[in-house]
Design a protein around this ligand. Structure first.
Ligand code: FUL
Length: 579
């Protein structure tokens, strides 16, 4: 009798296991899953750059410039919370090397500033405010340090690790560490004023650093691009605010990714590595007064949401701090409006009471039993079992026939490739009584967690995309030069106080000026007005402004001292600033 009972029990257990679907391919860790579920979290960029109006500091900026009179981390936290952000990643140290906490390993920090008589700690204040308000807290620590004398040598790697240890030991739980990809180049380096190149794959010895992170903060995820060991999250190849319309949360563990791998993920990748779409609410990462009129519009932010969260990615949205120590009210208001709109759109799921009818492993029908009007469709895979679906079809039953839908934000085809944790498809409003979803290709039996159907208001007409395009092509005579110069004939003598340069906007463009000199001619001689670097222009190809002391000029020449690629300086647009 006993033996029969045992056999029966074993059979029951076996049959339960036989029915339970097993994971297919790589799956997320608990930490990756938790991060993906946050969907949106904020970046905050704040450093000496805020006071020098730069995007990248050279490393020799005076630390006494850091002296905000209204710094209020609670206003930052409130802004981020109202914008729907579930955490904050703070630039503890940007490329200039200035530390926003009083690191014991350098004096180039808040402790050498007049703010709070050198006794302040922005990292601590923010970490505490986040905790009190229920936001998760994380740090950006730039590996490239343009201040440190030893940068490029092994000593710097120990310094970097020491700083990381401080941040991971003294500020409570850290949900993510962000190691920016910008690496090496010119800098101050303790007065050496030179260019230092490093091998980004081997120099930092990431493997050891990762072990230290895992030990100090076992629940922290590592963002890193192309290191000698794969991070937990990946850059998506652009800072414009979009990931590929096809997006696998997979990468190869032992291969340096190319741009396509970052943007689209790798279908046959062997490790889970979701994309994190990082972009700023303004053109730049740091605050510049001249960008006050160019805060992203509501429709632009929604477009970003669909092209990140709606494409199986998280959204890391940046809010810069103003010199007074606050987030601009323009940005706060826009962030809140964005979150309100997202909540409104997704509050009412028209499919919430509709049980999908399944015809086989790959066809589902949502029957509303009446005509409903909608313009957004959502599908979610159970990613604990792996990302499986390669391609699907979406049809609506309207006017007595099945009609195919395509993703109106798609860059090619119908845009119905991959689902992942969350996929949102946008299309013009349609009235229909049924939706049919067909999984056309899948790696293994599809594991759908949810379908959703929504009606979003059309806001494009209400909120034009102000701030994306600042000026149209100027009415200026361009003189073609055979080299890396761009010459502008002002036709007669004018009082010039600057030049604005918009680099070519095409993905992968060559001829982007990264280092420039600016010249003017009024008589017969060229006079050099200014020279410098357009920092971060390749990853974030936004308008660059060169301000000069006003001069009389008839000809202006912008020389590309260094280009990202090619020999011919290219531009999308130029604007001469007159007094
Ligand atoms: C880039 C950096 O160079 C920018 O300054 C900014 O921090 C951005 C988030 O990453 O690569």
């Amino acid at each position: 009798m006993k033996i029969f009972r045992k056999i029966a029990l074993a059979l029951i257990v076996l049959s339960i296991f036989a029915c339970r679907e097993l994971p297919y391919g790589p799956i997320p860790t608990e930490e990756q899953l938790k991060l993906q579920e946050m969907e949106m979290y904020a970046f905050i960029h704040y450093s000496l750059n805020t006071y020098t109006d730069q995007e990248w500091g050279f490393g020799n900026e005076d630390p006494t410039l850091f002296n905000p009179d209204k710094l209020d981390v609670r206003q930052w936290v409130a802004t981020c919370k109202n914008a729907g952000m579930k955490g904050i990643i703070f630039t503890a140290k940007h490329h200039c090397g200035f530390c926003m906490w009083p690191s014991e390993y350098t004096d180039y920090s808040v402790k050498s500033s007049p703010w709070k008589d050198g006794k302040g700690d922005v990292v601590r204040d923010l970490a505490e405010a986040c905790r009190e308000e229920g936001l998760r807290f994380a740090v950006y620590l730039s590996p490239w340090d343009r201040n440190h004398p030893e940068y490029g040598r092994p000593e710097y790697v120990s310094y970097f690790r020491n700083q990381l240890r401080e941040l991971l030991s003294n500020y409570g739980d850290i949900f993510e560490v962000w190691f920016d990809g910008a690496n090496g180049g010119d800098g101050w380096y303790g007065g050496a004023n030179e260019t230092r190149k490093i091998d980004r794959l081997s120099y930092y010895q990431w493997s050891e650093t990762y072990d230290m992170i895992r030990e100090l903060q076992p629940h922290c995820v590592i963002w890193n691009d192309g290191a000698d060991r794969r991070g937990d999250l990946r850059w998506v190849g652009t800072e414009a605010g979009n990931i590929g319309q096809r997006n696998w949360s997979l990468m190869r563990s032992n291969q340096d990714p190319n741009w396509g791998d970052l943007h689209f993920g790798v279908e046959d990748g062997d490790v889970w590595c979701p994309g994190e779409t990082n972009t700023s609410i303004r053109p730049g990462w740091f605050y510049h007064t001249y960008e006050d009129g160019h805060v992203k519009s509501l429709s632009k932010l929604l477009d970003t949401y669909y092209k990140s969260v709606g494409r199986n990615s998280t959204l890391l949205l940046n809010f810069p701090i103003m010199p007074n120590g606050l987030i601009s009210p323009i940005d706060s208001a826009r962030g809140a409006a964005f979150n309100k709109m997202v909540n409104e759109i997704f509050a009412n799921d028209l499919a919430s009471d509709v049980k999908p009818q399944m015809y086989d492993d790959s066809t589902y029908i949502l029957d509303f039993k009446k005509e409903v009007t909608f313009n957004r469709f959502m599908a979610c895979e159970d990613i604990r079992l792996g990302q499986r679906i390669k391609k699907f079809r979406l049809e609506v039953f309207s006017d007595g026939e099945w009609k195919s839908l395509k993703d109106e934000l798609a860059d090619w085809g119908d845009g119905l490739e991959t689902i992942g944790r969350k996929r949102i498809i946008c299309f013009p409003s349609v009235s229909a009584s049924k939706i049919r979803i067909t999984i056309v290709e899948s790696k293994a039996t599809p594991q759908i967690k949810r379908f959703g159907v929504f009606m979003a208001p059309d806001i494009t007409s209400e909120t034009p995309d102000a701030g994306e395009k600042i000026s149209s092509k100027m009415n200026i005579a361009m003189i073609n030069t055979p080299n890396s110069s761009i010459m502008i004939d002002l036709e007669n003598t004018k009082r010039v106080k600057g030049l604005r340069y918009l680099p070519p906007q095409k993905q992968g463009a060559s001829g982007i000026i990264t280092h420039y000199s600016l010249w003017s001619m009024n008589g017969n001689e060229w006079e050099k007005l200014s020279e410098g670097e357009f920092s971060n222009i390749v990853n974030n190809p936004i308008w660059q402004t060169i301000n000069i002391e006003a001069v009389d000029s008839k000809l202006i020449r912008l020389d590309g001292e260094k280009l990202n690629n090619g020999t011919m300086a290219e531009y999308e647009d130029l604007e001469v600033l007159y007094e």
